[in-house]
Design a protein. Sequence first.
Length: 289
Amino acid sequence: MEAAGVGTLVIAACGFAMLLFHPDSPLPNAVEGLAWRRLAMGIAMGATAAMLVYSPWGKQSGAHFNPAVTLTYYRLGRIAPADALAYSLAQMTGALAAIGLMAIVFGRWLSHPAIHYASAMPGMSGDWITWLAEALLTLTTMTVVLSASNSKRFARWTGVLAALVTVANVSVLVPLVGTSSNPAPAFATAVPAHAWQSLWIYLTAGPLGMLAAAAIYVRRHGQSAVFCAKLHHQNDKRCIFCQWRAAEVANCNPTTNCNLTTATASNKETPQKDGFSMAACKEQFPCPR
């Protein structure tokens, strides 16, 4: 699901870029003005991101679709090490598979200089300005995600708010300074584009920006304020993150004690480790079977 989600983002980026910016596409003539086409690109990518968050894939996997997001939740202790590794590998694999498929199908259109495989490239202001913008962008993105997803009032709108950040990024920052916000597509598109010189920007600034956002959030609200690694938890899909946390904190086996209220958890009403409790897990995550 994470591989398919990131692959969808890559396919969407390539497809919308060719439709809006390739000189042989009919849309550049229909949508006059470069600024309007950039806005259309931003809205298209924001809508794609929101759709993925609220899709069955996103509801099941947690809708990370970004190795930097997964790394941040791992640092926050909300995802098991093995799952974090599997998610990151799946995200990179999905991005590589998607750009490979698009390169085979669209060939010259995708390699045209106006498209250049929809690869991330620094702006005229230079690498370090792009690095700073990328770090600030991802810090903002993760701040929005953590603030919304851990709020009773805004939790269900996390995907929408993250999508709005995507619209602003793609419409404004990408044309100006060449930001990406996601290391997986940045790496994958760099392969056919042979854009290696500045790849370090997207592999370092994004993760560091999100880790910084997590550190600031924890300092202000405490680690217990980060409930789960799912971006959209208001659904009936199984949550592997809550399962893992319940097993870690209460030393229980959710596969045999699916109601999370066995005799060994007699202290289920008492918060443990960062404020997490069995009762909270049961309320948020019903029996997985």
